[in-house]
Design a protein around this ligand. Structure first.
Ligand SMILES: [Zn+2]
Length: 419
């Protein structure tokens, strides 16, 4: 009898213990859940990802452009580009594996592959090992991929998302890598070294079409490709059909040019919304204008970048919980500054630049005249090269909180992948 009571007591305390333990477990699970929902962390990459790279676009390129836009509105500094209104602002360091001041291929590789490499190298590390681009990783996870540039398709920045080469200047070798990427949509002005350095190789159009890509030069060929159900497209400007696109200058026929906004819309239409996607868009001639210290062409190219960003922002408004937009740069070029001479207003300088623009020669001046114009406009340029300044990172949308603060350009890949 006593034994039975003892057994009952043991059983009772066992059941009480079990209930208490279960309650404790539930409480722990609840606390963990509460913790993760409070931290607001998104554990996987956004469904729709836009990465914009203003080549050479430092914080001052943005400031000079906004000052110009404010001047046009008769204001002082209130006009904003779309992306400077993004809620998250970070700063990325840009040095390469072998230099304090990076080049576009090393910086593109750092952003795309998450590893530093030497200046001039592309998609490989200094030891020569092949690196994996974020676009490739996302492609393997079922994302559709769009890689676009305002400059040649095989130039350093777009190439950092599909190419692997000891030299960024092996343009033809870089073009040969496009088919292996399997990316759905590539775009640019055209191809550098269209038929190889000596011009004796198969033209880039024939080369890529023999590997299953449809290469379109201009709107008409693009429409034709869409009607024919093309699944892999390289879209270029009509002006560079059958010939090598120049580096360091964008000279396309204004009548036939597919502008940045239109290029982005075409890419979005092509990729659709059913599958997740990753889009990289580069405005390459910001860097070229800055190398030449040409203020107005630099401003115009920052505005072109903004035109493409605005299309992404409209998309974001329709899918705010599933879209991430990042706008950054690979490095700063020219060391530009918005200046003034003691008591003189910078707007006086803008007046001078404005009249030069009306006269139609602001983008087409020789170096001496260009310097005189910059001097009178109080726009200071400190170099014709790149600088080692960190670059701003603007972000909005799903997972954008990861882009706050100071980090390295090699961290951007992991931040997008939520790793
Ligand atoms: Zn450059």
């Amino acid at each position: 009898m006593r034994d039975m009571e003892k057994m009952k007591k043991i059983r009772k305390s066992f059941v009480v213990g079990l209930i208490f333990g279960a309650m404790l477990l539930l409480a722990c699970v609840a606390i963990v859940n509460l913790g993760s929902s409070y931290s607001g962390k998104q554990e996987k990459p956004a469904k729709y990802i836009f990465l914009f790279i203003g080549d050479g676009m430092g914080a001052s390129h943005v400031a000079v452009t906004e000052s110009w836009l404010s001047y046009l509105e008769g204001e002082k500094g209130f006009e904003q580009l779309s992306f400077t209104e993004f809620p998250v602002l970070g700063m990325a360091m840009t040095y390469s594996a072998d230099r304090n001041v990076t080049c576009s291929s090393a910086a593109g590789t750092a952003i795309s592959c998450g590893e530093k490499t030497n200046n001039g190298m592309l998609g490989i590390n200094p030891a020569g090992d092949t690196l994996t681009s974020i676009a490739k990783i996302l492609k393997e996870r079922g994302y559709k991929i769009g890689i676009m540039s305002s400059v040649p398709v095989n130039h350093a920045t777009p190439a950092a998302f599909y190419g692997h080469n000891t030299s960024r200047h092996d343009y033809y070798g870089i073009t040969e890598e496009i088919p292996a990427s399997g990316y759905e949509f590539l775009a640019g002005s055209g191809f550098v070294d269209y038929a190889g350095k000596e011009g004796d190789r198969l033209g880039s159009e024939e080369l890529l079409e023999s590997e299953g890509y449809t290469v379109c030069f201009g709107n008409e060929e693009y429409q034709e490709a869409i009607e024919n159900g093309a699944e892999h497209i390289v879209l270029c400007q009509k002006a560079y059909k059958g010939e090598s696109a120049p580096t360091y200058i964008v000279q396309t026929d204004p009548e036939s040019t597919i502008e940045s906004e239109d290029m982005m819309k075409k890419c979005l239409d092509f990729l659709g919304e059913d599958s997740p996607f990753f889009i990289m868009y580069e405005q390459g001639e910001i860097d070229w204008a800055a190398h030449a210290n040409k203020t107005m062409p630099m401003i115009e190219s920052v505005q072109k970048l903004d035109d493409a960003v605005k299309v992404a922002v409209e998309f974001y408004k329709r899918h705010p919980k599933e879209t991430l937009i990042i706008v950054t740069a690979d490095h700063e070029t020219g060391g530009v500054a918005l200046g003034a001479e003691s008591w003189k207003e910078v707007n006086i300088g803008w007046d001078i630049l404005d009249s030069a623009l009306v006269a139609g020669h602001a983008g087409d001046l020789d170096e001496k005249a260009n310097k005189a114009l910059n001097d009178s406009a109080y726009i200071g340029w400190t170099t014709h090269g790149h600088t080692g300044s960190p670059v701003p990172v603007y972000a909005i949308g799903a997972g954008s909180e990861r882009f706050a603060g100071r980090f390295d350009n090699t961290d951007i890949k992991g931040k997008i992948l939520a790793e």
